[in-house]
Design a protein around this ligand. Structure first.
Ligand SMILES: Cc1ncc(COP(=O)(O)O)c(C=O)c1O
Length: 171
């Protein structure tokens, strides 16, 4: 496989991710058939969904999201006009997991806040990351910006911040 050309400024995924073969499901000969081996949704999406996010194929053959490219025109709820900058996941938890799986390798350093939403640390630990924690000061719970900056080193692979955070709330 030729080496993947990343867009300028893109963060390099883990070598294992770069070496992966793209998923190419057996899609031929499916039109008009109801096979259910792709976990198809037989009833289509909710009529309340925006027309721009509706699958283009008929419900009986609409494949799972993993086998279709994202819609060209993301929902009006998102402010971006660039389809490639949208990332469709099953809740934010999956986005966090995909981010960690894509970029964090075993032994790499990940900086998280404490307290913070538990899944940042959880998925980073599953990936074998070395966790650095910066604690919110007590009792003010003000965002510890200087402490975060001080703990970033050339070994830091990711700094995971969320706003609003859970449980501290907005920064
Ligand atoms: C800060 C933060 N990020 C992400 C999530 C995950 O959200 P979702 O329900 O979209 O997976 C939560 C859920 O409580 C959260 O508090």
């Amino acid at each position: 496989m030729p080496p993947l050309k990343l867009p300028k400024g893109a963060i390099r995924p883990r070598p294992a991710v770069l070496a992966m073969a793209p998923y190419s499901p057996p899609t031929s000969g499916r039109a008009g058939n109801l096979r259910l081996d792709f976990n198809e949704n037989t009833v289509g999406c909710s009529p309340k969904s925006s027309s721009s996010s509706r699958p283009t194929s008929p419900p009986a053959t609409s494949p799972s999201t993993r086998s279709t490219p994202p819609p060209k025109k993301p929902s009006r709820a998102t402010s971006t006009s660039r389809p490639n900058s949208s990332f469709f996941t099953n809740g934010t938890d999956e986005a966090i997991q995909v981010f960690i799986n894509t970029y964090i390798d075993d032994g790499q350093e990940v900086l998280v806040l404490k307290p913070a939403y538990a899944m940042y640390r959880f998925y980073a630990e599953v990936a074998g990351a070395k966790i650095t924690e910066v604690a919110y000061p007590q009792p003010s719970m003000e965002f510890p910006l200087q402490q975060v900056l001080d703990r970033i080193t050339p070994q830091t692979r990711a700094v995971i911040l969320s706003n609003p955070n859970n449980p501290p709330g907005p920064a």
